[in-house]
Design a protein around this ligand. Structure first.
Ligand code: FAD
Length: 401
């Protein structure tokens, strides 16, 4: 192709395939590459919050996702310290509920939609280096089974995950970071009927997530400083955590069939990297990663793809547009980052329990609380002035998690 591509996107999962799709739909010529052989699975407990579902709906992908047999997660339960919050999942335009589709299904759907929109997709294509000219990134060099290929582009988008090679090659500075907070292990079961929900006790966070084929994933979070111990025998610790923190769920395991072996990680980094530079931009986990305890990675990736495509609507190589994207990413995603880190401390403070007890007594507050968890309401919108904040009971927004 003479003159090269408008954009080369490196990484073809939720951030990269969505970005490629949206840029192509705006008329840009896009090459999308991934080193994995697609369709390809990846480690994830799959949960997509309503704002992420709304994006999939806006892009016309929701019907296919629902047709794939992905269950609709329209109720939520949350048990902690003898307090139980339960109610319908919040809804927003385009998002009738939350979803937890298999990544094999979701990632393939996004790539297929991107290709349909005109994107050229090459899998088994491993980025080796970036091409530079006059102080800016102007292309990529990647290896495929048939050899090394060089492609030129006005913009290179790094959507290549937490260990981003693009970020490494451009030496994108880390602008905000925090130590790893939790570690996580999960299994998959058939025969559990509890729906979506979470359970918490000091040092443990348990989530049950129904997905395709009647499978419910159960994930258990532990403090990072227990990782060395937990990884010696993760299944034993996983079951002990479920038994101690979610006894009703544990009872159901006796009659259920475990269909997925335990899997997990202690490497959940917390950072914002600089999102752009001359000829490059980072989207999804490549630019911003947070502890998976709040299950925001997929939703954040879809939102970022949407911000980026909107900002680049004119010229993809306009530096002001890339700068606007990074600013918007930071403005929108810093508060969820902070509350995620708070949750990942895995402490249950008396003031938070008091607040949750108050919320549990009110269907309206429960509705608003779950909307905050979904990222549909700001923490400061949870309570009206005369409800709780500002009282003398010492509660503040940090108590939400
Ligand atoms: C245990 C666990 C549970 C999780 N649970 C949830 C959850 O319930 N909900 C949620 O929202 N998020 C969850 N996440 C996080 C979520 O999976 C990620 O945030 C999300 O996948 C990020 O998408 P991405 O497209 O930015 O990056 P990735 O999904 O990491 O995709 C990056 C892609 O780039 C490709 N790539 C990398 N290097 C190269 C290279 N050199 N050349 C070419 N291609 C390359 C990779 O092959 C990969 O396909 C979880 C994560 C973990 C680890």
């Amino acid at each position: 192709m003479t003159g090269g591509w408008d954009a080369v996107v490196v990484g073809a999962r939720v951030a990269g395939a969505a970005t490629a799709l949206l840029l192509a739909r705006r008329g840009h010529r896009v090459l999308l590459i991934d080193r994995a052989a697609f369709p390809s699975d990846t480690m994830s407990t799959l949960y997509i919050h309503q704002p992420g579902v709304a994006k999939l709906s806006e892009w016309g992908l929701l019907p296919a996702l629902l047709d794939s047999g992905c269950p609709v997660l329209d109720t939520i339960g949350y048990d902690v310290g003898g307090v139980r919050l339960a109610g319908p999942a919040p809804v927003m335009p385009g998002a009738p509920a939350a979803l937890a589709p298999r990544r094999l299904v979701l990632d393939r759907l996004l790539v297929e939609a991107a290709v349909k929109a005109g994107v050229e997709f090459v899998d088994r294509a491993n980025l080796q280096e970036l091409v530079h000219s006059e102080g800016r990134v102007t292309g990529v060099r990647f290896r495929t089974a048939s050899g090394v290929r060089t492609e030129h582009a006005r913009l290179v988008v790094g959507a290549d995950g937490m260990r981003s090679r693009v970020a490494q090659l451009v030496e994108a500075p880390v602008e905000l970071s925090d130590p790893r907070a939790s570690c996580v292990y999960y299994t998959g079961w058939v025969g559990i009927s509890t729906g979506f929900g979470f359970h918490e006790s000091p040092g443990n966070w348990i989530v049950r997530i129904p997905t395709h084929d009647d499978v419910t994933l159960i994930s258990t979070y532990f403090p990072q400083d227990r990782f060395a111990e937990i990884k010696q025998d993760p299944f034993r610790h996983h079951l002990a955590a479920v038994r101690g923190t979610a006894p009703e769920l544990y009872e159901q395991l006796a009659g259920a069939e475990q269909v997925e072996q335990i899997i997990g990680t202690g490497d959940q980094q917390n950072y914002f990297r600089r999102g752009h530079g001359p000829g490059w931009v980072l989207v999804g986990d490549a630019g911003h990663h947070l502890d998976t305890i709040s299950a925001r990675g997929i939703t954040n990736a879809l939102l970022q793809a949407s911000f980026l495509a909107e900002e680049l609507a004119g010229r993809v190589d306009d530096p002001a547009a890339s700068a606007r994207f990074t600013r918007r990413r930071d403005e929108e995603l810093t508060e969820p980052y902070r509350s995620t880190l708070e949750l990942a401390r895995l402490t249950v403070t008396p003031s938070r329990l008091r607040m949750l007890r108050e919320i549990a007594g009110s269907p309206e507050l429960t509705r608003r609380y779950f909307a905050v968890v979904a990222g549909m309401l700001g923490i400061d919108e949870l309570f009206d002035e005369d409800e709780l904040l500002g009282d003398d009971d010492g509660l503040d927004g940090d108590d939400v998690f």
